[in-house]
Design a protein around this ligand. Sequence first.
Ligand SMILES: Cc1ncc(COP(=O)(O)O)c(C=O)c1O
Length: 388
Amino acid sequence: MKFETKAIRLQSGRSQHREHSTPIHPSSSFVFESAEQMQAIFAGTEQGNIYSRFTNPSVEEFQNKMAALEEVETCMATATGMSAIFTSLMAYLKQGDHLIASRALFGSSFQIISSNLQEYGISASFVNPTLPDSWKDALRPETKMFYLETPSNPGLEIVDLELASAFCKEHGVLLNVDNCFATPYLQQPAKWGADIITHSATKFIDGQGRVMGGAILGSNEIIDKAFQFIRRTGPSLSPFNAWILSKSLETIAVRMDRHCSNALALANWLAKHDKVVKVNYPFHESHAQYNIARKQMSKGGGIVTFEIKGGLEEGVSFLNNIKMLSLTANLGDSRSIASHPASTTHLRVPEEDRLKVGITNNLIRISVGLEHIDDIQEDIDQSLNSIA
Ligand SMILES: Cc1ncc(COP(=O)(O)O)c(C=O)c1O
């Protein structure tokens, strides 16, 4: 089956009611027919659900679809993207280990690696993800993993997955990739050799700003550690959210096509706007890693950033003038969202560190939604032209 068909047709078995749409199984635990069956399922000699912190049929359907779409053996779903990322670090690293991480990461991921892991005795070195020749300088005998995001949030930096994978294989290090911005429809990191793939399903996978969720994917052997970690520590996905996310996957291909065509049109239009200094979009020819993006992604994704004339004040003024786009702390929604990272999500990050990953004072991030492109552009245009 092709991607679009798998996203729609992979489904758990029908119940006795012969429902067409996939059923939901909101049950904390599952009953056994006998003490012997209970013993066998607990012992693992017979397959079956026990308790929804471990497994649940609705969650399993979402996991099976995600694994099929990323073309890997297995997936564990989690309550949020951050719990998938935390699991992808904690299940594989121990005290004394060292991690190499891209410096262009989502804020909470950066905080976990630079702060929480240090407290557990796991050290980290941050590297420039666009300078592969510099990565080896960060290697230590105790290096166990390379963690990166591509495209990164919000700088949209692209990391060459082929090079990252070759680097990891050469040095016996696990490659862990956050594939949240691309989704498996645009990019499959396992094809380039990634060992662990994580997702915030809260973003384009739900795509309608309704529920939180996450996923961690890879081979059976690797993901078994994540399964044991989740089963014991409990960041499991709720059956209701899994059901929503499974239904969302049915439309991911058509949604991503529209996100990407709207985003490309917006990037091309912004590049010619006289109030705009610079546009950043992976499939816009001016992007510094345009050729790498074209190699590993089938389309450019749904996020566009641009720098407006001016600084912090003009950025705030741009947001205040917006009429239709939403001002909200999310992305990957059917509704277009405008944000100004320097005055919000990255307010507490020192300016010097922000600038290193392209978060300038005048940077605006648009999560391009599914509305008509003319209406999106009209709102951004009137806002740019009204900046005080
Ligand atoms: C790239 C990336 N990874 C992970 C996350 C965290 O996901 P969640 O908010 O579902 O925990 C986000 C959230 O914005 C993100 O942008």
